[in-house]
Design a protein around this ligand. Structure first.
Ligand code: NAP
Length: 263
């Protein structure tokens, strides 16, 4: 698997998104998926405290963590017993979310924390609060999520940004190619989410998949990785078979003809 330098650590370009793994009756399957991911060489796992039981499952499956494993969490959205789901607007709320992620994952310092925002407003104040938590030693590196290009520039003017995590897929590109280019120029990882979820069937994808003896989901993942060397995939699955397919997709070479027909 090829790698990318996520700030000061190298990670494989095919990671794992933990949002959809669940405790309850699915717990054994979730633990098996996480352990198999690490066995297959995945060393970049994306999670968040507000994603249900993901942190707790990661800790149970993988702690003590392998030295090269990078766990990326998100703050901004949170859950509270009284308010339910909310978006942090104060330094105290962001600190509480960072503390919750540390506690659930069982680590003193979070590897990477993304500030996930909603809307077009400035992220400067919230990002500054996270920089203060980084300087306190609670976080090693920072990223941003669900952002526009101007937000990435805004954050970069305050502190280093190691990753940008946005929604991006073969048939849902929006203005993201510009963000990807900018991130590549700056040495920032671009981490698309939702690259295979809910994709409508496509004759072009199906044709490349048939020619490559691959599944349409593998082709979609491979396509994202071929867009730029700074792209890191984090497909989520609760199935070992799908995980294995996704890791294999990380090594799939698409030809210029394949890419042209997909684009
Ligand atoms: N920053 C944000 O705002 C944000 C938002 C959403 C997600 N995320 C992150 O991005 C990660 C991925 O997002 P996502 O789960 O929404 O989208 P995704 O990874 O594009 O798609 C996941 C869906 O695809 C299915 N799938 C996975 N591999 C497959 C395969 N090889 N063949 C067929 N189906 C397959 C999964 O079902 P099975 O379980 O049946 O395989 C699941 O329903 C999340 O885990 C989370 O870490 C971030």
């Amino acid at each position: 698997m090829t790698t990318w330098q996520l700030g000061d650590v190298a990670v494989g370009r095919l990671g794992f998104g933990a949002m959809r793994i669940k405790a309850g009756p699915d717990r054994p399957a979730a633990l098996a998926v996480l352990r198999r991911a690490v066995e297959l060489g995945v060393n970049h796992i994306d999670t968040a405290a507000f994603c249900g039981s993901a942190n707790e499952l990661i800790r149970e499956a993988l702690a003590p963590y392998p030295a090269d494993l990078v766990i990326v969490t998100k703050v901004g959205p949170g859950t509270d017993p009284e308010r339910g789901f909310y978006n942090a607007t104060t330094a105290a709320e962001l600190r509480e979310q960072v503390e919750t992620n540390r506690r659930q994952l069982g680590v003193d310092r979070l590897d990477v924390v993304n500030l996930r925002i909603t809307g077009d407003g400035s992220l400067a104040e919230r990002f500054g609060w996270l920089v203060a938590l980084r300087d306190e030693g609670l976080i090693r590196q920072l990223g941003v999520s669900n952002v526009r290009l101007e937000h990435v520039r805004e954050a970069l003017a305050i502190a280093p940004v190691v990753c940008v995590q946005n929604s991006y897929a073969l048939d849902r590109r929006g203005d993201e190619d510009e963000v990807i280019r900018f991130c590549a120029e700056q040495g920032i990882a671009y981490v698309p989410f939702g690259s295979i979820a809910d994709a409508a069937s496509s004759a072009a994808v199906d044709a490349v998949a048939a020619a490559r003896d691959a599944t349409p989901q593998q082709i979609r993942l491979a396509w994202t990785l071929h867009r730029s060397p700074n792209i890191l995939a984090i497909p989520g699955t609760g199935s070992v078979r799908h995980l294995e397919e996704n890791v294999a997709a990380g090594k799939l070479e698409l030809s210029a003809t394949d890419l042209a027909s997909l684009s």
